[in-house]
Write a new protein. Structure first.
Ligand code: GDP
Ligand code: IMO
Ligand code: MG
Length: 422
């Protein structure tokens, strides 16, 4: 198996960073294929904790190459800061490659994100306010500025001038502060000088690697329920975290994708607005939030908590071709007498096991649950599947049975070592 895609199956924060870091030692290359610094991927090893927003989670493995692909939107100020932090911790980032086709996220995108959210009022998406939507909008409008554009000073200045003129008109409608093109140009040229050695055609780089039979790990950000096309639209992000988007977002043939590992928590979380069928408002959700410290890595917002939803998992299986599952945060479910798993929804008196396309229908869906016995033993140091308590094993087997997907990895704590291969 030469290529593996890691996708979040829910609304993000499933533990993709931890699993990517854990698996990266088995690969030659790790690629982040979409999103920007709306992502927050947490990695723990040797008593250190790292939070990555843009750089692939393979970066802690000095032997592998790390790629930020053309599907990403890159806030260069945030990237330079992330590189500096890693360098200060002795990860030199010389093995980092940045696509010349990735889009540059400017401060005006961040300002527009905030303005559009405010206009929506109660209907706001609850974005991370990192400018992701407006940057992808510019890409689709064909006015985006790409990383490669930064290297041609004259044309970069021309493109930036046109954009700033347009953006300033837009901002002034909302009485918002405007931008000075020369200040932006100088700032972004200085970032370009820092990242210049890392910029390349990463599609060619990956194609050569595929021809040489190199092993490639693709790391998604967000999760399928936040997919622009197949998520809970419009309460989604502006890219597609599905495995189907890897080929387009990396510039490689679709046939090169072989296996897809879906990452799911042992329960469900969501941060931001939008429908969440299995959401809990009880002592159980409060306990889970505090035990797992369910607060956003990027924004610090309290995450909403719910029971595991296998309708969502089956949606991910269909949309993204998930071949295996990694179940994370199983340790967090220790200590509950009973656990619930959602198996289907009731919609207008009819039982369904798919995600309806409209928010109005999804809002009406009532989860149907099965109830399982919980366990009380501390599992955070368990090293093999067989040594898990009977009811924990039963919980995993139930998920396999309902979804028809094999669980190959179980995570019982945030540390790299707290990982069981089944
Ligand atoms: P990502 O965005 O999918 O990479 O996930 P995040 O890093 O945003 O959120 C996952 C959180 O759960 C982080 O704080 C991780 O350190 C933590 N985590 C990951 N796996 C486990 C686990 O098995 N048990 C516990 N208790 N925490 C975990
Ligand atoms: P990782 O990679 C959780 C959510 C936001 C909001 C919606 C749109 O860490 O799993 P955006 O800023 O993308 O326009 O916000 O998507 N969101 C995430 N939620 N984890 C993430 O990334 C997220 N990235 C975006 O909260 O609801
Ligand atoms: Mg996260």
């Amino acid at each position: 198996m030469n290529s593996l895609v890691i996708v979040g199956t829910g609304w993000g924060d499933e533990g993709k960073g931890k699993i990517t870091d854990y698996l990266s030692k088995k690969f030659d290359i790790c690629v982040r294929f979409q999103g920007g610094n709306n992502a927050g991927h947490t990695i723990k090893f040797n008593n250190n904790k790292y939070a990555l927003n843009l750089i692939p989670s393979g970066i802690f493995n000095q032997n592998i190459q790390n790629i930020m692909s053309n599907g990403m939107v890159i806030d260069l100020k945030a990237l330079v800061n992330e590189i500096d932090i890693l360098k200060s911790k002795d990860f030199d980032c010389e093995n980092l490659h940045i696509s010349d086709r990735a889009h540059v996220l400017f401060p005006y995108h961040i300002q527009l994100d905030e303005i559009f959210e405010n206009i929506k009022g109660n209907d706001k998406v609850g974005t991370t306010k990192k400018g992701i939507g407006p940057c992808y909008t510019d890409k689709a409008m064909r006015i985006g500025i790409r990383i490669g554009d930064l290297l041609n000073k004259d044309s970069f200045y021309k493109k930036l001038s046109q954009n700033v003129e347009y953006v300033n008109k837009l901002l002034s409608i909302f009485n918002s502060t405007t931008f000075d093109v020369n200040e932006l140009y100088n700032e972004y040229t200085s970032y370009a000088n820092i990242i210049k050695p890392h910029i390349k055609d990463t599609s060619l780089f990956l194609m050569n690697a595929l021809n040489e039979n190199k092993k490639i790990l693709f790391e998604g950000a967000q999760g399928i329920m936040l997919c622009l096309d197949h998520g809970t639209y419009p309460y989604v992000t502006s890219s597609s975290p599905s495995a189907a988007s890897v080929a387009l977002n990396c510039g490689i043939p679709p046939q090169s994708i072989q296996k897809v590992l879906g990452i799911t928590k042992s329960y469900a979380t969501r941060v931001g607005e939008g429908v969440f069928p299995t959401e809990l408002f009880s002592d159980i959700s409060n306990t889970i939030r505090e035990t797992a410290h369910e607060y956003g890595t990027t924004t610090g917002r309290a995450r909403r908590i719910g029971w595991l939803d296998t309708v969502v998992l089956k949606h991910g299986k269909r949309i993204s071709g998930i071949t295996d599952l990694a179940i994370t945060l199983l340790d967090v479910l220790t200590g509950f007498e009973k656990l619930k798993i959602c198996t289907s929804y009731m919609l207008d008196g009819k039982e369904i096991d798919y995600i309806p396309s409209t928010i109005e229908e999804l809002n009406k869906c009532k989860p149907v649950y099965i109830e399982l016995d919980g366990w009380y033993e501390d599992i955070s140091n368990v090293k093999s599947f067989n040594n898990l308590p009977k009811n924990a094993k039963n919980y995993i087997h139930k998920i396999e049975e309902i979804t028809g997907i094999n669980v190959s990895i179980i995570s019982v704590g945030p540390d790299r070592k707290q990982t069981i291969e089944k």
